[in-house]
Write a protein that binds this ligand. Structure first.
Ligand code: ZN
Length: 223
């Protein structure tokens, strides 16, 4: 794997749901913003289907505020919510246009989205929202007159790695900002323990033992 590029100033992280940035690349985002880079989030839904014991309206309100707090912890001040339906994200013309329009306004140097493959690993299927969202981002990118220099997806089959030693604690804090959502997933597990477990499950190691977040380059298409 190559090191993740460093010769850029602004990045956009585009995902389907609140908490998707934290389950993937929050440690890398914390490192980038600590070195003066600017990162903005586009989140297609407000995650209103994520807390079944509460109404969608109340869930959306909580998840919006938890996501903004999580973003602030890793140095992200701008969070745009697209208001597409949680659980029914589809690569529609409307979603492609929303993504393309937002990227045209933000003009990031690098775009980072989430894993769009069918399964994370054998027997671990990806969420259909993620797969469709990835397709919409790739299509939006391909239509842009002035696209970002790169399009990466966080996750398996990485071509690039960002070393995130020193940023695991802040990543865990960002995950812990989704406290109400985490309690819904695991009512008996303390939020801090749950957050640490997510860090350990989502941040890998390189051969030398450094902790890394991995990204697959999609554009320019690797030769
Ligand atoms: Zn998600």
């Amino acid at each position: 794997m190559d090191p993740f590029p460093d010769d850029w100033v602004t990045a956009a992280v585009l995902v389907a749901h609140p908490d998707d940035p934290e389950w993937g690349c929050a440690a890398a985002v914390a490192k980038w913003t600590a070195t003066g880079k600017v990162v903005r989030y586009f989140i297609a839904s407000r995650g209103e289907a994520g807390i079944p014991s509460l109404s969608p309206v109340e869930t959306a309100r909580i998840r919006d505020s938890e996501q903004r707090r999580a973003a602030a912890i890793v140095g992200v001040d701008e969070v745009h919510f697209g208001d597409h339906p949680d659980g029914r994200i589809r690569a529609t013309e409307g979603l492609r246009r929303d993504i393309g329009d937002w990227l045209d306004v933000m003009r990031p140097d690098v775009a980072v989205t989430e894993f769009g493959g069918a399964q994370w690993a054998p027997g671990q299927p990806n969420h259909r929202d993620h797969i469709e969202f990835f397709d919409a981002v790739r299509d939006a990118y391909d239509r842009m007159t002035h696209p970002p220099r790169w399009l990466f997806a966080v996750g398996p089959d990485g071509t690039h790695a960002e070393v995130v030693d020193g940023f695991l604690d802040v990543a865990a804090q960002a995950i812990g900002a989704h406290a109400r959502y985490l309690r819904e997933l695991e009512p008996d597990l303390p939020v801090a323990d749950h957050a640490r477990r997510v860090v350990d499950a989502t941040i890998g190691h390189d051969d030398a033992g450094a902790r890394i977040v991995t990204f697959r380059q999609h554009r320019p298409a690797p030769s």
